[in-house]
Design a protein around this ligand. Structure first.
Ligand code: ZN
Length: 230
């Protein structure tokens, strides 16, 4: 992911929203300026800048549309915003009417890694507290140190960083909460694996799902749970 300023991110998000309301047709600079409450000349200047970075395609007299890269960046910011709104409601007890302004700030301050970790922690929610869809694609490039569950070692502790859509469906159908911070307890003869979560809950993950779950090793910290129970 590129490093963009808050202002640049706000433009991409605004163009994304305007385009989707406009049947994905290019939108005028006038509309973008109006949406962001800025003067047209400063919007024109920013559009030129984003065009130079190949994030938007600007055709005079036709308008502005997002490039593929611009679309990816916009969807990341939208995911960041909606994941934060969900976190604030579910984990911190905010009312859904209160979260938008907080999320407007937090969305820009969050790295792709932070957003994906929060998303996993929340159990990969499909929608935010307002019912808007949360983009499910992963914006944090997979790290070299990531492995799939099949390769995980007994006794080691891991974060679950990524889960394939089919795997999430499996957990949803069984109405199981999705694991996040885990320790590998045992591998059974049929290839399924017993994991223990930080809250003490154990689950068995069947073999056919294990190459759809990606993990990162957790180094050098123990939880309260470990101290008490092990
Ligand atoms: Zn919002």
């Amino acid at each position: 992911m590129l490093k963009l300023s808050k202002n640049e991110q706000d433009y991409l998000k605004a163009i994304y929203n305007l385009e989707s309301k406009n049947d994905n047709e290019a939108v005028s600079i006038h509309l973008i300026a109006k949406k962001l409450d800025v003067a047209s000349p400063s919007a024109t200047e920013m559009i030129k800048r984003l065009s130079k970075k190949e994030l938007v395609i600007y055709t005079p007299y036709r308008g502005v549309s997002l490039s593929h890269m611009g679309m990816v960046q916009a969807r990341f910011i939208i995911k960041s915003h909606r994941v934060w709104e969900t976190f604030l409601v579910e984990k911190l007890g905010y009312l859904s009417e209160e979260v938008h302004d907080e999320a407007e700030n937090l969305e820009h301050a969050s790295s792709p890694k932070l957003v994906e970790y929060l998303y996993a922690l929340l159990g990969y929610p499909k929608v935010d507290p307002h019912g808007s869809e949360i983009p499910s694609e992963v914006f944090w490039e997979m790290q070299q140190s990531e492995i799939d569950l099949e390769q995980a070692k007994i006794g080691e502790r891991y974060y679950i960083t990524t889960m394939a859509e089919s795997c999430k469906d499996f957990f949803r159908k069984l109405e199981m909460s999705m694991p996040h911070l885990i320790k590998i307890i045992e591998r059974l003869q049929d290839g399924s694996v017993i994991i223990k979560e930080d809250n003490g809950k154990c689950s068995i993950i069947p073999h056919f799902l294990q190459d759809e779950i990606y993990l990162m090793q957790r180094n050098g910290f123990t939880t309260k749970f470990d101290e008490e129970k092990e």
